[in-house]
Design a binder for this molecule. Sequence first.
Ligand code: SF4
Length: 359
Amino acid sequence: MALTHRKDTRPVRVGNITIGGSDQVVVQSMTTTKTHDVEATVNEIHRLEEAGCQIVRVACPDERAADAIPEIKKRINIPLVVDIHFDYKMALKAIEGGADKIRINPGNIGRREKVEAVVNAAKAKGIPIRIGVNAGSLEKHILKKYGYPTAEGMVESALHHIKILEDLDFHDIIVSLKASDVNLAIQAYEKAAEVIKYPLHLGITESGTLFAGTVKSAAGLGAILSKGIGSTVRISLSADPVEEIKVARELLKSFGLAANAATLISCPTCGRIEIDLISIANEVEEYIQTIKAPIKVAVLGCAVNGPGEAREADIGIAGARGEGLLFRHGEIIRKVPEDIMVDELKKEVDKLAEEHYRK
Ligand code: SF4
């Protein structure tokens, strides 16, 4: 059962993707390469695309990085977001170079003419701006008012930046309110959802390594998503960013929010097991990573409870003595020898994916 997700946010276009205005949650990540190293950056983006990343962000810390944007843009297929801290010249260069969105906090740009220059350039190209509030770098006046980073302070900071853009009649805005403290992030996003009608970009920042960061992100973002909040998500891990995509897709699948990902159902195994389920489950999980259709695939250790336990699966296999039973929605369709059962399952998955792509 899918949850009811917030749809009443403003739809904001980022290249060919729309963030907000629907129950879709867009998956994004950020490259770890030096942006000026075009070759390495493009390679990493291609790996991210392959893994299901829908939007990618690159850091733009200097002139060399900004100069690389046009070439990177030319060689990738998903929308490109450029992350700028303060320097309005970098923002102008990134926009000129083809960025599909920029991440910059207007309150940090400086004088009004500089803010106007960036906003006008973004308007002229029809690209949005993401305001990125971070609990660790709240404005001094907000910290002074609240004493330490609070959810209220984070939302106040977001509203402050939003007002600057709205005063310049700019409304293609996306907002994030990241914190590494899970409770703080949950509270901030909940409060923001009450008062901000722009799409919210979800993230738990500095969440940690692959294992710990995955658990922490799933705990925090799961709580937020379960309330129907969030239009795009980035998992931040100290790991290969492809892992961020895998985690994000898995998280969204748990809530029925991923329209472009296949899900694996596998049994926990018990004494009735008839096949080498753990290695088969891992192999099938790896295989379905690249499937861009919402298919449910089951791998079960035995036929006693197997097919019935996974009735919601579109296709599945259950172990039997020396063979596998292929089943659809709980009904066995045919028996296959054990040595080819995984290949047969993969073929059936491909067939279902093709049917979905043709729809
Ligand atoms: Fe045990 Fe079979 Fe259920 Fe797997 S499907 S947990 S092997 S009863």
